[in-house]
Structures are given as structure tokens and as C-alpha cells.
Design a binder for this molecule. Structure first.
Ligand SMILES: Nc1ncnc2c1ncn2[C@@H]1O[C@H](COP(=O)(O)OP(=O)(O)O)[C@@H](O)[C@H]1O
Ligand SMILES: [Mg+2]
Length: 593
């Protein structure tokens, strides 16, 4: 498992949340309606107790039932209006907020697709997963709920406290005084809560990574009898997460208890001294009732202020974590050039390559020319850098020295989409996506006709797809029907062929095929390669024979280029790699993957 640049927390602050404000823009109208409805509802929360006061001090005290009816109807009407406004607010809110989350998620996914291979080798997929899910929902919770109530609650607390001070200032002061410890407590809670919830998020990311590795690597784990070891590791990570989550729960529990206690104490004090005040004639019974109703209306806004502050902090951390991904400068950026009439003339000129965190270069000066329509087989020991060399053509990696050109143009100056339409690759361990066989095949050419699909299947000897339960519509890939290694390779080959590239790169694509199938594929491939430039990594003499020339990769350089027979006769290293090939037994293909 690689380390993720996770240890260094991105600086969280208002500014990171502020940078995501653009996502709110399309929802400004909805947000305004929402805010207006919410402010009006707060206004009514304050008005209704004042009407109650008027009823108690007026018609009830005077026993004037004639005046009771209009005031009662007013109170009732205001109550209904308040309920309606709350409904409007909720309805608009849920519509706007879900859209917001979808939009950020969309951009994040696009970004992940753009980022270079080097990024994906550095970052654990579990961490990406947790950012794309939990961090986004914490932003959504804040944007859709927290932000509004942060403003509303502060507004309500301020206005109500003002009204209370106006009604009877000594008790108003008591109420105002209780907000001080609550705010102080909120701040402290918020800080501790952020630390622990951040830990929970990270640990959830770790656990997701382990679960994913366990699922993807299940065959390896089983075959090495490591299930127990892997389960223990998973268990340990799950226990850590449990302990941290419990810390989080305990912290919230303590906080909420205090938050409940403080307003309740305030109610008791207000009731007692209020009753004395009414007895002494300092305030009317109606005023006391209004006072207590208003005080009770404050309990929730004050109590939730802390949670909302914590939510705000969480959203800030989350937006910092998401911006961290948005801020990565893609080191592979496409150029602007396109080749009007591509011929497929591929050249490696003094190509050097080293992985960022290793001192030992993989390629130390590769010179190789493949002329339009020519096919070159690349032969080299395991780990000699064949895969890396082939990956330089579609720019999955970039050279660290020298250059790769197509028709004389450096691949780094070509538009990336254009480059990848010129070059098609098929790898030894091809990835099939969880979609139908047809969708997998037409990944590089969505507009391919049925006839073209058939032709490509034919070249790759992949007619087996017709025998799948639903033919080409059978879902394959991780969540679909399991295909054998050889079947997957053949589908990947068909996918590359279907793309009708000028340059076809095959990295050991035929390695899992049985001799018979391989022979058929090679015969058909020969036709495709006749007018396509080919770079084919080969391990077997039969594959090498597809090529016009063979290049031997040794110690990061192409040491020999020539014809198979010639190299066999003159180069001992080549003989070691391919010489005894004809006698080797070949594995059967049809073992399910
Ligand atoms: N992501 C990576 N980070 C660091 N080193 C790598 C990475 N991928 C491959 N290598 C190293 O680069 C060398 C060449 O690998 P590769 O091109 O896959 O060899 P081949 O395809 O010839 O078997 C190997 O020594 C391998 O260990
Ligand atoms: Mg390889």
C-alpha cells in the first residue's frame, strides 16, 4: 500500500469553503426564496407570543370576549402561515441541495479522470472514495442546512434577546447571560469534534481501502491461505474506527447534555423571578407568558448553534480535502497540435524514463524507429521496462529525457484526445468495466457499426462473446460475468483493433492464449498490422514472427534490432529469452479468471 499525502492536513478555513461558492450560483433564486421563507417564519415565531401576550393582557384580563375572537383568529392565521413557510423552505431546500452535491461530484469525477497515472499510483483508492462520498455529503449538509440555520439562528437569538430585554430587562439579561457559556462551549466542542471527526473520516478511508483490496485480491489471498491474516488486519482497522467513533459519540453526548442543562436552568430562573415580578406588578401575566414562550423558542436555535458550528468546521475540512484534489496540477497536459494526415511514423529519440521516487532509471536512452505500417516486436527480460516504454506512446507516463514523436511531432505537443485516437493500446492485464461486452468493445469508438464490431471480434478470435448468455449485451467486468484471462485479453485486443488506430500498441496481449487460439489471432492480426504501425511486446517466437523487425531491450536501451533468425543466431541474450520457446508447454486458456 502506497502512502497518500494524507498525513499533511490541508489548511482548513473559511476560504476553502468560500472557493466552492461557485456551485451555489445556479441555485441563487432557490436560496433566496428559501432564506426569505425562513426569515419570515422566524418573524412569526416572535410575533405569535406577542399576540398571545395581547390576548392575555387584553380580552382575558378584561373579560372582554368580543375582542378575543379577532385576536384568536389572528394567532391561528399566523400559526398556519408559519407552518406553510416552513414547508416552502424545506421543499425548495431539498431540490437545490441535491443538485449541488451532484455538480461537485461530477467535477470531482472528471478531475480524477484527468489526473495522471502518477497521481493514481500515489493515492489510495479508498481515500479517493471517502473524499468523493463522505466529504461531499458533509459539504452538502452544511450548504443545504448548516449555512442557512447558522444565519437564521444567530438572527433569531439576537432579535429574541432584544425583545426579551425590551419586555423586562432584568430577566432579559439573565437570558442573554446564558448564551455566553453556550457559545464558549460550542467553540470548544467544535474544535475537539473536528479533530475526532477528521480521524474518523481518515480511518473510514483506510477501512475502505482494505475492504477494496480484500475484494479485488481475493484470489491471491485465498490461494496463499492468507484469509486469516487479512481478516485480522481488517478487524484491527475496524476496531480502531469503532474506538474513534465512540470517542466522537462520547464527546457529542457530553456537549449536548450541557447544552440541554443551561437553557433549562434559565427557564427555571425566569419562571421563579418572573412570578415574583408579576406579584410585585413589575410585569403583566401576559408578558411573563410571552417571555417564557420566547425563551423556549430560543432553546433549539442556541442548542443547535454548536452543532452547526461543528458542521461548518467539518465542511471546511472537507472542502479543503476536495480542493486538494482539484488543485493538483496535472503533469500530463495535452498540447494543441493535431496531425492532419497521420501516417503513424513512431520514433523514440534518446528516451529516458525514471519513476519519480526512484533513483534507478528504467530507460536510459532508447532509440527506436518504427516506420508507417511497420511492425516491431519488443523483447526484453521481465522488469526491463517494456511496459513503461509502451506506456510512453499514449502518454500514460511522460519521458524524463529525450522524446517520442509521431510523424515528427513530439507526443507532448499533440492534443491528448487526438493522440489517443491515433494510438490504441491493449495490455497484458486488461481492465473490463462493469458494463456490457459491446460497451467494453466500443469504448474507443462509440460510433462503430455492428459489422465493424464483428470484424474486430474476428481478428481477436473473440467470437466466444456470442456464446455468452446474452451475447454482446452480457454484462462483463468486475460486477459481471467472470471471463478467463485469455478471454479478457481477446476482448481488449478487439477493443484496440476496433479503434482503428494509426499505431497499435500491444503489451503482451496474447500471453494468456493457448497456442491454437494464438495462432488464429496472429493470422488475423497480420491483416490488421499490414497497414497499421505496430509495437508489440512479445515473449514467444510465434508473436515475434508477426513483426517485421525485433528490438531487444536491455539495461534501459535497445541493444539490438534485427530479424528474429539473425538475432537468435548472433545474440546470446536474445537466445536466452526466446530460444527455447518452441519446446515450452503452453497453458490452457479456459481457466475462469
Ligand atoms: N509505478 C511504479 N513505480 C516505481 N517503479 C515501477 C512502477 N512500475 C514499474 N516499475 C519498475 O519499472 C521497471 C520496469 O517495469 P515494466 O516496464 O513493467 O517491466 P516489463 O514490462 O519489461 O516487465 C521494473 O523494475 C518495475 O519494478
Ligand atoms: Mg510488462
Amino acid at each position: 500500500m502506497m502512502t497518500t499525502p494524507e498525513a499533511a492536513d490541508p489548511p482548513a478555513g473559511i476560504h476553502s469553503l468560500w472557493r466552492l461558492r461557485g456551485y451555489l450560483r445556479p441555485h441563487v433564486a432557490a436560496l433566496s426564496i428559501m432564506a426569505a421563507a425562513a426569515v419570515a417564519a422566524v418573524g412569526l415565531t416572535i410575533t405569535i407570543p406577542l399576540v398571545t401576550k395581547a390576548i392575555i393582557d387584553g380580552p382575558i384580563t378584561d373579560r372582554d370576549l368580543g375582542a378575543l375572537l379577532p385576536l384568536g383568529l389572528l394567532a391561528l392565521g399566523l400559526g398556519v402561515l408559519e407552518a406553510f413557510l416552513i414547508w416552502v423552505r424545506r421543499w425548495v431546500q431539498s431540490n437545490a441541495v441535491l443538485g449541488l452535491e451532484t455538480e461537485i461530484r461530477h467535477d470531482l469525477y472528471e478531475r480524477l479522470q484527468e489526473l495522471p497515472m502518477s497521481f493514481h499510483t500515489r493515492w489510495e483508492s479508498g481515500q479517493l472514495l471517502s473524499r468523493a462520498t463522505q466529504d461531499l455529503s458533509s459539504i452538502r449538509r452544511f450548504a443545504g442546512f448548516g449555512l442557512l440555520f447558522l444565519v437564521l439562528n444567530i438572527l433569531q437569538v439576537t432579535v429574541v434577546t432584544g425583545v426579551l430585554l425590551h419586555l423586562y430587562w432584568p430577566l432579559g439579561l439573565v437570558v442573554a447571560a446564558t448564551t455566553v457559556p453556550v457559545v464558549w462551549l460550542s467553540m470548544r466542542f467544535e474544535k475537539a469534534y473536528v479533530v475526532v471527526s477528521r480521524r474518523v473520516q481518515d480511518e473510514q478511508g483506510d477501512l475502505a481501502t482494505r475492504a477494496e483490496e480484500g475484494a479485488v485480491g481475493i484470489r491471491v489471498i485465498k490461494s496463499f491461505g492468507r484469509s486469516e491474516h487479512v481478516s485480522e488486519q481488517y478487524e484491527a482497522a475496524a476496531r480502531t474506527l469503532y474506538a474513534t467513533s465512540m470517542d466522537k459519540v462520547r464527546l457529542s453526548a457530553r456537549f449536548f447534555t450541557f447544552l440541554e442543562v443551561i437553557p433549562n436552568c434559565a427557564v427555571v430562573i425566569v419562571l421563579l423571578s418572573g412570578a415574583i415580578g408579576v406579584g410585585k406588578g413589575l410585569l403583566t401575566p401576559g408578558e411573563l407568558v410571552a417571555f417564557i414562550t420566547l425563551l423556549l423558542s430560543l432553546v433549539w436555535p442556541v442548542a443547535s448553534l454548536g452543532v452547526i458550528l461543528a458542521m461548518a468546521q467539518e465542511a471546511m475540512t472537507s472542502s479543503a480535502r476536495i480542493l486538494e484534489i482539484f488543485d493538483i496540477e496535472p503533469d500530463i497536459v495535452g498540447g494543441t497540435q493535431t496531425i492532419a494526415e497521420p501516417r503513424g511514423h513512431l520514433r523514440f529519440e534518446g528516451v529516458e524514463f525514471a519513476f519519480p521516487d526512484s533513483d534507478e532509471p528504467v530507460l536510459r536512452g532508447v532509440d527506436l524507429e518504427i516506420r508507417p505500417g511497420e511492425t516491431v516486436a519488443l523483447v526484453g527480460a521481465t522488469g526491463s521496462g517494456k511496459t513503461v516504454l509502451t506506456a510512453l506512446v499514449p502518454r500514460l507516463f511522460d519521458v524524463t529525457g529525450g522524446r517520442v514523436t509521431i510523424d515528427g511531432v513530439d507526443v507532448r505537443e499533440l492534443d491528448l484526445g487526438h493522440l489517443r485516437s491515433l494510438v490504441a493500446t491493449a495490455f497484458e492485464e486488461p481492465t473490463l468495466f462493469s458494463m456490457s461486452a459491446r460497451e467494453n468493445l466500443t469504448l474507443g469508438r462509440a460510433d462503430a457499426t455492428d459489422a465493424e464490431v464483428e470484424q474486430a471480434l474476428d481478428v481477436a478470435q473473440a467470437d466466444f462473446v456470442h456464446d455468452l448468455p446474452w451475447g454482446l449485451d452480457t454484462r462483463v467486468g468486475e460486477q459481471g460475468l467472470s471471463l478467463s484471462g485469455g478471454q479478457r485479453q481477446r476482448l481488449a485486443l478487439a477493443r484496440a483493433v476496433l479503434a482503428q488506430p494509426k499505431i497499435l500498441v500491444l503489451d503482451d496481449t496474447l500471453s494468456a492464449l493457448d497456442v491454437h487460439t494464438e495462432k488464429l489471432v496472429e493470422e488475423a492480426l497480420q491483416r490488421v498490422l499490414a497497414d497499421t504501425t505496430g509495437l508489440i511486446v512479445a515473449h514467444r517466437a510465434s508473436t515475434v514472427l508477426l513483426a517485421d523487425r525485433v528490438a531487444l531491450l536491455q539495461d534501459g536501451r535497445i541493444t539490438h534490432v534485427g530479424d528474429h533468425r539473425e538475432l537468435l543466431a548472433t545474440v546470446p541474450a536474445y537466445r536466452d529469452l526466446l530460444g527455447s520457446d518452441a519446446d515450452l508447454p503452453v497453458l490452457e486458456d479456459e481457466v475462469p479468471a
